[in-house]
Ligand binder design. Structure first.
Ligand code: SF4
Length: 356
């Protein structure tokens, strides 16, 4: 999407398709003449604010499906090229989304994961006040076959009182939120142009945990952003512990030519980035173990997603709780697609074993 002029110079490429054009790639391949390079990329500057989002075929595990409802972003964090390549924030219409939900519902999907670049802005480019993410979740929850609704990720500042009330009151809403933090140092958050500081972040997370005590809050952290010194990194480690995230996805900063952060001085050495990344990954394992431990010996509802067989032929069912704990149930068969109540008996690093 962003470097198609460079790609065009490479010999042997027949088709370059942009993000908005990737859905009908097979039809495009059928039509092209393989002697020339065909470019089908709509530059982000031509994406209009009210353009609808291209329909993706929702990808599905049969029990769980990912449904894209929003694209683009207006925020311009200084390290991120998404606004330049995906264009401004825009949303699918409610009718369009509900039509797809209806199809997935008829096909036996039990859990829907709503996805988008900036999910919390859903509906803001539509008729003001008529639709937003909270209202959409309520409408989706009316489909009887859909038992769970999950969000792929949401920015902290988009969680307002209406949305928090929906999280609390919608019985189908999964108690799992992925909220990117990026850094635990206010100096770095400011340089990143993130729309909060650690104090705002802490207060909002405390409120969410107060309203939904068993919630899993996971996050993204970027290491090695320019000017992140050892003091900044220590602040991040301490803040991550203070928040008690259930899991952390760690990313290493890299320069993007479109982005303002590329102009900042005091770049961080790759070796240091690797060390910091490793420390946070180890911390994530520790935090997830502690998170799972809180639910040891409790009863949890598990959506059974598949069955696997080990070398000895023993069968295990695999599934997840609504707060994203992976559960393995030995000698348990024939329940794929069902939500079963089981006791969480033993913790492994990445999953919990239930002995029924
Ligand atoms: S990091 Fe997220 S909020 Fe920031 S510009 Fe990128 S997509 Fe937008």
């Amino acid at each position: 999407q962003s470097n198609y002029e460079d790609l065009q110079k490479i010999e042997g490429i027949s088709l370059i398709a942009g993000n908005g054009e990737k859905n009908d790639i097979l039809q495009q391949l059928i039509k092209i003449d393989f002697h020339d390079t065909v470019i089908r990329v709509k530059p982000a500057k031509y994406l209009k604010k009210y353009d609808n989002v291209p329909k993706n075929k929702s990808s599905s595990l049969h029990t769980r499906a990912w449904l894209k409802i929003q694209d683009g972003c207006n925020r311009f964090c200084t390290y991120c090229k998404v606004p330049y390549v995906r264009g401004p924030a825009r949303s699918r219409t409610v009718e369009d989304v509900l039509e797809e939900v209806s199809n997935l519902n008829s096909n036996g999907v039990k859990e829907l994961v709503l996805t988008g670049i900036n999910l919390g802005t859903y509906g803001r480019n539509k008729d003001k006040g008529k639709t937003n993410l909270a209202k959409l979740i309520s409408l989706i929850s009316d489909f009887k076959g859909i038992k769970r609704i999950r969000l792929s990720s949401i920015e902290l500042i988009d969680i307002d009182d209406e949305l928090l009330n929906t999280f609390k009151n919608c019985s189908k809403f999964c108690h799992h939120l992925h909220i990117p933090l990026q850094s635990g140092d206010d100096k770095i958050l400011n340089l990143m142009n993130r729309p909060y500081n650690t104090s705002i972040f802490y207060k909002k997370i405390s409120l969410i945990k107060q309203v939904i005590p068993d919630i899993a809050i996971t996050t993204d952290i970027m290491v090695g952003f320019p000017n992140e010194d050892s003091n900044s990194f220590s602040k991040t480690i301490n803040f991550v512990r203070k928040i008690c995230f259930a899991k952390i996805h760690v990313f290493k900063y890299s320069n993007r030519k479109e982005c303002l952060a590329a102009l900042l001085p005091n770049k961080v050495d790759n070796r240091v980035k690797k060390e910091r990344s490793k420390r946070l990954q180890d911390l994530s394992i520790e935090l997830f173990y502690d998170f799972q431990k809180k639910f040891l010996n409790s009863i949890a509802d598990v959506l059974v997603e598949d069955e696997i067989k080990d070398k000895e032929g023993r069968i295990y069912s695999r599934g997840i709780t609504d707060n994203y704990i992976k559960v393995i149930i030995p000698d348990f068969i024939g329940k794929k697609g069902e939500i079963v109540s089981v006791k969480l008996n033993q913790i492994s690093s990445n999953y919990v074993i239930s002995l029924v």
